[in-house]
Design a protein around this ligand. Structure first.
Ligand SMILES: Nc1nc2c(ncn2[C@@H]2O[C@H](COP(=O)(O)OP(=O)(O)OP(=O)(O)O)[C@@H](O)[C@H]2O)c(=O)[nH]1
Ligand SMILES: [Mg+2]
Ligand SMILES: [Zn+2]
Length: 312
């Protein structure tokens, strides 16, 4: 008989499935799933609820035979021009986006692309500004400006230092009893933050490289960790670029909440806020009510070639 479980780790070849009674079972994927949806590099992601046939080989490996419907997921393309998508995590209550002003630097374009993808599934995103112990006066100003910007459009923001422990109690409270995923560039401190919240986990972390101030891709597979006080946190490998996937071009503006709020004031009901006259969004930008960095990231997404419908 099939058993139910939760995928807590995926290497692409093997899946570690946690059963309802807390056992971890190594499973492979039934062949039929491999050929479906070739545009995705991973038909099953961490967080998926599945059914498996317990194995009868000497190692007790199982075979995943049913993938239950997902409540939501965070999906991206590795590069803007890539034709393959990758699901970072499925069935999450919230996403934690780790941002650093330097070492490595996170751009607003990257943040906004992540937010658009999360908004498409109504997944709340908390922005975590990490490595506060390293901030220069300039970094601090940048972070304060970004916090002001993202709070205004409805995102909770936190400042943390995994190294010094700042903000870790708040982060622990935030993760309590929720299924969270953490994302960001390599070296931003995702694994270090999880270790700070839950020291028993001892996840491997690694210094960023001196030469280019970038991370070394220490975490290579997404993995869901159980929190002792309740909840799960999925650590993910660092991502360089965030290509939009599975969203149509005409939907993008709807995932910029401050643009969406003004759409009814635009002259055209289907205004793209790019070239139309009487556009309330452009007026709000001129009046300084909408941040120019948000409009720039919007134009970059709209001008890109990452939309699936255009590749078909
Ligand atoms: N100074 C300082 N260093 C930190 C902080 N958080 C993490 N680091 C360091 O930054 C480096 C990278 O941290 P990781 O936790 O491995 O980064 P990651 O985001 O998990 O990176 P990938 O697994 O490669 O995606 C490590 O040397 C950490 O010790 C912090 O708040 N302050
Ligand atoms: Mg890591
Ligand atoms: Zn408009």
């Amino acid at each position: 008989m099939n058993q139910k479980g939760l995928v807590i780790k995926s290497t692409g070849k093997w899946y570690i499935v946690r059963t309802n009674n807390g056992n971890n079972v190594r499973c492979s994927l039934a062949g039929k799933f491999r050929t479906q949806n070739l545009r995705s590099t991973n038909p099953i992601a961490v967080g998926d609820r599945i059914q498996f046939k317990p194995g009868n080989d000497s190692e007790g490996n199982g075979t995943i035979v049913v993938i239950e419907e997902r409540k939501n997921h965070i999906i991206r393309k590795a590069t803007k021009l890539s034709s393959c998508s990758h699901v970072l995590a499925a069935n999450i209550d919230q996403a934690l986006l780790v941002v650093t002003p330097s070492q490595p630097r996170t751009s607003t374009g990257f943040i906004d692309r992540f937010l658009v993808s999360a908004n498409a599934f109504d997944i709340p995103v908390v922005i975590i500004f990490n490595k506060s112990d390293l901030y220069t006066t300039e970094d601090r100003k940048t972070v304060d400006t970004l916090i002001d910007l993202y709070k205004r459009i409805g995102h909770q923001c936190m400042i943390t230092s995994a190294l010094k422990g700042d903000g870790i109690t708040e982060l622990r409270d935030l993760m309590h009893d929720r299924i969270s995923m953490i994302a960001g560039h390599s070296g931003a401190g995702k694994s270090a933050l999880i270790n700070a919240v839950e020291p028993g986990l001892r996840i491997k972390t690694c210094d960023i490289s001196d030469a280019n101030q970038k991370g070394r891709h220490t975490t290579t597979f997404a993995e869901m960790h159980l929190l002792t006080n309740g909840g799960f946190i999925t650590d993910t490998p660092g991502i360089k670029e965030f290509g939009i996937s599975s969203i149509e071009k005409k939907e993008i503006a709807g995932y910029y909440p401050e643009f969406f709020k003004l759409l009814h004031k635009c002259k055209y009901f289907n205004c793209s806020h790019i070239h139309e006259p009487g556009c309330a969004v452009k007026e709000a930008i001129d009046a300084g009510e909408i941040n120019i960095s948000r409009y720039k990231s919007y134009l970059s997404i709209m001008g890109g070639e990452e939309f699936d419908d255009e590749h078909d």
